[in-house]
Design a protein around this ligand. Structure first.
Ligand code: 5AD
Ligand code: SF4
Length: 463
């Protein structure tokens, strides 16, 4: 920050006066959390947050490269801002950030086809946004800040949480796995773990601020290895969960995402040792056939995966399990696909995120010649969705008649008398509620079930 004299301060206050920002987030929870950090930094600097994009004079797009057709959707939405930018000029600021900005061809496209974009910054440069805005307003020229390799982890950034009672906490950044379909190692860089001390301090502060549930985030939390302040005393992910389990005020611990190849017995055992760890595991399988898994560079077999599921359920019989599955990976035969279907029947996932394989420029699988025709991919996808949805509905039906502990998120957007929250097993529950229930853990009797949610009646509050 460059403000030194009173004049500078007054000038900056004028700049910020009435500057309202709005963030549109595409993609995963990591991106959602980055947006919370961006909002936290800007609020701390005196900017206001607009409820809707149309009311903002700083618009920020936090992009994703993982979801299908992400580029098309992003450029379509970005293009809609051109008219306003042409009309309002300096009084309207357009910023783009996130995974897509870590890809040179995307930055080149923005520079040539959307030259009116004011600020482009990468996933390693989030902490620089306030400075980039200052520079833009002082120097009146575009700002670009994208590092291709992650630098030091920046600690102590503020965050504007979406919920008062639950928070995301990054424990590591980046990924070393190079699954052949995936762009993340190129956009988020190599694995870097935060120090356990920094994580614990953040979670204690969150607990003091009313947070009851933390979700630990990383592309592959199972390979978390945080060194102590002395640079030694390495703490692995299971050790970290034990430390967090001791923090007063925190009632629930969740995490995502886990790579099956790094899922240790030690971590599986934490589910019986740490009572705050929720009975839920997101374990992406991606495919059910060994030959596809090999070409995806996943480094486990179907059998290894099924063994892990068995162990998880043996240690924690209440465990709910979800997954990610890609359909139509290059070279996937009908037999390979049948193996994915049969794996779903065998595991009986509580829920599954299903993806149509789509090419990511720069990844090895983009070069594979045996790409699957679109209509075949869609046929398989529909079959898979039918299977996973049927199983989800059957799993949910098992909850009817049970009393579940639900952390209440608040009223539903469409009906203020209906409240929703999550069970320890991450099931979404809707029930008639009242405002004081928000942020509390209450007992809910489950009365009926759907494919993606449960319905119930509140029976009592914990507090
Ligand atoms: N095509 C389809 N799905 C993909 N995913 C990642 N890359 C691709 C791709 N190129 C899916 C994986 C991952 C999830 C977050 O996104 O299933 O686990
Ligand atoms: Fe992508 Fe594989 Fe890393 Fe997950 S583990 S982020 S799928 S490369």
């Amino acid at each position: 920050m460059k403000c030194t004299s009173n004049d500078d301060i007054i000038e900056r206050a004028d700049q910020i006066l009435k500057k309202k920002f709005h963030i549109t987030t595409f993609g995963c929870q990591m991106n959602e959390h980055d947006s919370e950090t961006i909002a936290g930094m800007l609020l701390e600097r005196g900017y206001e947050q607009a409820k809707e994009r149309k009311d903002a004079n700083i618009v920020i797009f936090n992009t994703c490269s993982v979801r299908e057709n992400a580029d098309k959707r992003f450029f379509g939405t970005l293009g809609q801002l051109k008219k306003k930018k042409m009309e309002e000029g300096e009084n309207f600021t357009v910023c783009v950030c996130g995974c897509m900005m870590q890809q040179q061809h995307i930055v080149d496209t923005i520079k040539s086809k959307y030259p009116w974009v004011d600020i482009i910054f990468g996933t390693h440069n989030i902490h620089q946004l306030p400075e980039l805005l200052d520079n833009l307003y002082n120097e009146k020229h575009k700002q670009l800040s994208v590092w291709h390799d992650g630098g030091e982890i920046v600690e102590g950034l503020p965050s504007k949480r979406l919920f008062k009672h639950k928070a995301f906490v990054n424990i590591m950044y980046g990924c070393n796995n190079f699954c052949t379909y995936c762009i993340v190692p190129y956009t988020r860089g190599r694995e870097r773990s935060r120090k356990p001390e920094d994580i614990i301090r953040e979670i204690k502060d969150l607990a003091a601020d009313g947070v009851k549930e933390v979700t630990l985030l990383g592309q592959n939390v199972n390979s978390y290895r945080g060194a102590g302040d002395n640079g030694q005393d390495v703490c692995d992910f299971a050790d970290l969960i034990h430390l967090i389990n001791e923090i007063d005020g925190i009632d629930r611990i969740r995490f995502m995402t886990s790579h099956p190849k790094d899922l240790s017995d030690k971590l599986i055992n934490t589910f019986s040792e740490c009572e705050k760890l929720c009975h839920y595991f997101h374990l992406p399988v991606q495919a059910g056939s060994d030959s596809v898994l090999k070409r995806m560079n996943r480094r486990y077999t179907r059998e290894d995966y099924l063994e892990l599921v068995k162990k998880l359920r043996a240690v924690d019989p209440k465990m709910s399990i979800s997954t990610d599955i890609i359909v139509g990976f290059p070279g996937e035969t009908e037999e390979d696909f049948e193996e994915t279907l049969s794996l779903c029947e065998e595991v009986r996932y509580d829920s599954a995120f299903t993806f149509l394989y789509s090419v990511r420029t720069g990844t090895p699988a983009a070069e594979y010649e045996d790409q699957i025709p679109e209509n075949t991919k869609h046929e398989r996808f529909n079959k898979l969705v039918e299977t996973v949805n049927r199983i989800s509905a059957e799993k949910n039906a098992e909850y009817v008649g049970r009393i579940e502990k639900v952390l209440v998120d608040g009223p539903s957007k469409t009906d203020s008398a209906i409240y929703s929250g999550r069970t320890e097993t991450f099931k979404l529950v809707n029930f008639p509620g009242t405002p004081e229930m928000t942020g509390r853990i209450i007992d809910v009797m489950i009365t009926s079930s759907n494919t993606f949610s449960l319905e119930g009646e509140a029976v009592s509050c914990d507090e």
